[in-house]
Design a protein around this ligand. Structure first.
Ligand SMILES: *Cc1c(COP(=O)(O)O)cnc(C)c1O
Ligand SMILES: [Zn+2]
Length: 412
């Protein structure tokens, strides 16, 4: 029940078209809904009877026709007692979005955007990507039988390049950082009549992230947590989770939202965190970190992300490269979940904010793990123990065990 688009800055309305920027003030356009109408037909029972994908919330998404569906969404919410104990928290949950079809949360936004591209009649889709978006757009384009052009920084992790190429898109590595790739892509989008999921289709794309708000509320028995920790690249995901929570109040599904939203970035690229902590404008930076999927130096929704942090009385923090690696290892060792660097950012930031008392031990906390560790294995190679090798011989194993025990005893 989409009404159209509306400028988030000046409020000017636009019809439902593939546009993303206001022609008057250059503000970002956002999808508008008729919540009164949605309220009439939507209920908890209806949602719970829906498919086990993000499309169970179709009434609150901007797609009318058939959807391009690789079964993204409705991912597990783990009660993370081991990690909670390690950090000294009482109640901690992990929203594990690393188990989506292409192993990151981007499948949510792309499923919506590529469905919308079909609705608009595009025969080609594309994107500028820091990696995960490339994987997801390539996969959904394959499923939808659309032509596909994807632009990435040429120095991306090998895992993400292979996981894009396998779906058969036209993949172009641009010699530059993401912000330069994005600038080129915006120029290309002006030349060709293609659906770029994060450029001219961006208002629709962004709506897919709201489902990470709906799902957590549903999985917590239709309540919202006291605190969420969200990784930030462009800032879109963070603002849309907040929008999702608040829409549930709007349509009478939950009573109130009392969630403090917390942003997590890598120290080597933290324009949103810095703007919040110094109470200033978001200033572009040049990324320098092992964390590539969040490495957007000039975040399109940075201003709105900071606004949500303030409005929700939340906070923000950043993790160093070392803390990112430690965060990845800590999550794996305590909860059996292998995340990519973005998840390391989230765990590292959470740890810091609990240690310095900014996150209270009694809060009910949900952290968003948005990408899978198999995508960025290269960053871990130097930080894990080397492989112990033996001959296929029982004695040799017994000897090894003895040695290990001795070492352990000595260490204690
Ligand atoms: C894209 C991405 C995000 C967040 O992106 P936004 O641009 O802020 O919406 C978070 N985690 C991972 C792993 C991502 O790929
Ligand atoms: Zn405007």
């Amino acid at each position: 029940m989409i009404v159209g688009l509306k400028c988030r800055n000046c409020g000017k309305r636009y019809p439902e078209e593939p546009v993303s920027i206001c022609e008057d003030c250059f503000g970002p356009l956002e999808v508008e809904y008729d919540y009164e109408k949605i309220k009439e037909s939507l209920s908890i029972e209806k949602i719970e009877k829906g498919p086990n994908t993000l499309w169970r919330y179709k009434d609150l998404l901007p797609v009318k026709s058939k959807v391009v569906d690789l079964k993204a969404g409705f991912t597990p919410l783990h009660k993370a007692d081991n990690l909670a104990e390690e950090l000294g928290l009482k109640e901690l949950y992990i929203k594990n979005d690393s188990v989506n079809p292409t192993f990151s949360f981007k499948d949510r936004v792309v499923s919506v955007a590529v469905s919308k591209a079909l609705e608009f009649g595009f025969d080609t889709v594309g994107c500028a990507s820091t990696g995960n978006l490339a994987n997801s757009v390539a996969a959904h384009a394959a499923k939808a039988k659309l032509k596909c052009y994807i632009f990435i920084p040429a120095d991306l992790n090998l895992g993400k390049i292979i996981q894009t190429l396998v779906y058969g898109p036209n993949l172009i590595g641009v010699k530059g950082n993401y912000d330069e790739v994005n600038r080129l892509c915006t120029e290309i989008a002006g030349y060709y009549d293609w659906g770029f999921v994060n450029i001219n289709l961006r208002p629709y794309y962004a709506e897919g992230s709201k489902t990470l708000g709906y799902e957590v509320a549903e999985q917590l028995g239709w309540t919202t947590p006291d605190r969420i920790v969200v990784p930030v690249a462009s800032g879109s995901l963070l603002t849309k989770i907040w929008k999702g929570f608040n829409e549930l109040v709007e349509v009478d599904i939950i009573d109130e939202v009392k969630t403090r939203v917390t942003a997590a970035q890598a120290q080597g690229c933290s324009p949103v965190v810095t703007a919040f902590l110094t109470n200033s404008e978001v200033k572009p930076v040049r990324p320098n970190t092992i964390e590539k999927s969040l490495a957007i130096g000039n975040p399109a929704d940075g201003y709105y992300a900071v606004k949500v942090l303030k409005e929700s009385m939340g906070t923000a923090g950043a993790a160093s490269d070392e803390e990112i690696i430690d965060g990845i290892k800590l999550l794996a060792k305590t909860e059996g979940i292998f995340t990519e660097t973005a998840g390391g950012v989230v765990v590292g930031t959470l740890k810091k904010l609990v240690e310095n008392g900014e996150i209270d031990k009694d809060e009910r906390v949900v952290i968003y793990i948005t990408g899978n560790g198999l995508k960025t294995q290269d960053v871990l190679a130097d930080y894990l123990p080397s492989l112990i090798k033996i001959n296929p011989d029982l004695n040799e194993f017994n000897e090894l065990l003895k040695k290990k025990t001795t070492v352990k005893e000595v260490a204690i």
